[in-house]
Design a protein. Structure first.
Length: 229
């Protein structure tokens, strides 16, 4: 089960039964066009539930994969950044975030074959600009507390086909303020690193509990291959 928000790690950086069958009979030769059309319509109705079930299975399977990719990205970044913060301090973690975060995100995306990333209304790294559906969610939330926001998984029909989409809100925790708190409270070395690495930084001024942004994943939903009878 997912927690409602993600903290420090991402601040710094979802009846077949066997029986004999009767032999086929030859179709009548005097079936009218109207009768044939009616028979086809009945057959289509009979097939619809199976097709709908297959589409649902495809959605669910792809959403599980997208959820796994999002969780993997979160774990990879969190473990790396927490280790650096503990051993070398917040300024060093920012250096790692600058030099490694995009590479590790690309590695997860390539391994899983799924688009993944992090985004915020207040970006530190412009490369984390959100895709439109994530940006729409961020703008709908605005500057608010993360409390009450749940992760979501959903399937969306788009011009490019069916998409499985996962979004996990990121909430600000106490340790996040080392790099994202009010600018005047940041340590001198952190301010210096910000000036050097992120001259257009917008990601300071947060308080504990604020919505920092979101971790997201998106994948194409591919129809499942029908099972053999």
């Amino acid at each position: 089960m997912w927690t409602k928000t993600i903290g420090l790690g991402l601040c710094l950086a979802l009846a077949a039964c066997g029986s004999e069958t009767a032999p086929p009979t030859a179709p009548p030769t005097d079936v009218s066009a109207e009768e044939a059309s009616a028979e086809e319509a009945v057959a289509a109705v009979g097939e619809a539930p199976a097709e709908e079930a297959s589409a649902k299975e495809a959605d669910e399977a792809t959403l599980r994969e997208a959820k796994g990719a999002a969780k993997q990205l979160g774990t990879v970044l969190k473990e790396r950044l927490l280790t650096v913060v503990k051993e070398e301090g917040a300024s060093a973690a920012m250096e790692v975030c600058s030099s490694e975060a995009q590479e590790r995100t690309a590695e997860v995306a390539a391994e899983k074959g799924i688009h993944v990333g992090r985004a915020s209304l207040r970006l530190r790294n412009p490369e984390n600009t959100a895709p439109p559906w994530v940006q729409e969610w961020l703008e709908a939330q605005g500057e608010r507390k993360a409390e009450g926001l749940d992760p979501f998984v959903r399937g969306d029909d788009t011009d490019a086909g069916r998409r499985a989409r996962v979004l996990m809100p990121i909430g600000v925790e106490e340790d996040c303020l080392l790099c994202h708190g009010p600018h005047e409270t940041l340590a001198p070395d952190v301010r210096e690193t910000l000036a050097q690495r992120y001259p257009t930084d917008q990601a300071t001024g947060y308080a504990v509990g604020d919505l920092r942004g979101a971790l997201w994943a998106e994948a194409e939903v591919v129809a499942l291959t029908p099972k053999a009878p």
